[in-house]
Design a protein around this ligand. Structure first.
Ligand code: CA
Ligand code: CA
Length: 301
């Protein structure tokens, strides 16, 4: 299997980056990642003074997928997602909804042991729910920093990007240039205060190219749901986009009528906040597959 070690990191998704590796469509690739602080505060006793912000939120890559062309869709199946032995939780006045509450206080860092799917928070056993915070491809224009989520993916911080899920991203440049990082051992919906349990890890991703599918934003699929993930400078803007994108997905890709698609969203669409802590917010719209298929079948009969 192709492996990209974490010696190959990016801090912006850029069409000008030299690929770290090349894959054929249908191949599995292993990505080894740093935590979002690039390991700089892992050592007991280290503080944010030991963290050089220029190296924040590294993503491993990019992977060049042969044959991927602008207008295509990159299909990424998350076959395996493993996290490291120690996760970082920190709280302080620098970002998030509790900025005011922690203003002027020294940030607190906790290093939590993560073993066999359990997180040890000060003697309390918390079941881990590993997820990928940053996953994206290169945009066609200017480079986009790894802190920012947009239509190329990036820092989406969506808890549904987990083992077993399949992510679809629009390809904007030849080879797509896929990079991955910022894993969390667990993260609350909204990532409200500052972070998830930030952790290094490894992911095995199967990459495939779907020619000219015309999807221009991220779509996610798991066993039960179709999900659109949208960004915006406000939650309102992101929410509006997430709903519209799901509506168009249901009409154009799933073949539902506008009325059925709208009513499906009213009956069973769940609008969920991914995160409110990044420079752009992300919101997702989830719909149950069974209802989409039931509407398709009824229309076919
Ligand atoms: Ca993140
Ligand atoms: Ca993170």
């Amino acid at each position: 299997m192709i492996k990209i070690t974490r010696d190959h990191v990016i801090y912006a998704f850029s069409r000008w980056d030299k690929p770290a590796a090349f894959a054929e469509p249908g191949q599995c690739v292993e990505f080894e990642t740093y935590d979002c602080y690039q390991g700089m505060v892992l050592k007991e006793g280290s503080t944010f003074r030991d963290f050089d912000r220029r190296f924040g939120n590294p993503a491993t890559g990019p992977l060049y997928i042969k044959g991927a062309m602008p207008g295509d869709t990159l299909k990424i199946e998350i076959w395996k997602l493993e996290v490291g032995p120690v996760g970082i939780l920190d709280i302080g006045g620098s970002s998030g909804a509790l900025k005011e509450a922690f203003a002027g206080k020294e940030p607190v860092i906790r290093r939590l042991s993560v073993k066999s799917g359990r997180i040890d928070y000060d003697g309390i056993d918390v079941p881990a729910k590993p997820m990928i915070g940053v996953i994206g491809v290169a945009p066609s224009g200017e480079p986009v920093g790894t802190l920012i989520p947009m239509n190329h993916g990036g820092n989406m911080d969506c808890t549904r990007i987990e083992e077993g899920a399949t992510l679809y991203l629009p390809v904007s440049v030849e080879g797509a240039l896929l990079s991955v990082g910022d894993f969390h051992a667990i993260m609350g919906e909204g990532e409200v205060a500052n972070c998830g349990v930030e952790i290094e890890g490894r992911a095995v991703l199967k990459v495939d190219v779907l020619p000219q599918t015309g999807i221009s934003w991220p779509v996610l699929e798991n066993e039960r749901q179709w999900i659109t993930i949208a960004y915006g400078s406000s939650l309102d803007e992101a929410a509006q986009r997430a709903v519209e994108q799901m509506f168009y997905f249901l009409c154009r890709k799933m073949g539902l009528s506008e009325t059925d698609a709208g009513m499906l969203l009213d009956m069973a669409g769940d609008l969920m906040i991914c995160q409110i802590v990044n420079p752009q917010k992300t919101v997702r719209m989830e719909v149950p597959k069974w209802l989409v298929y039931a509407m398709q079948e009824r229309n076919a009969s």
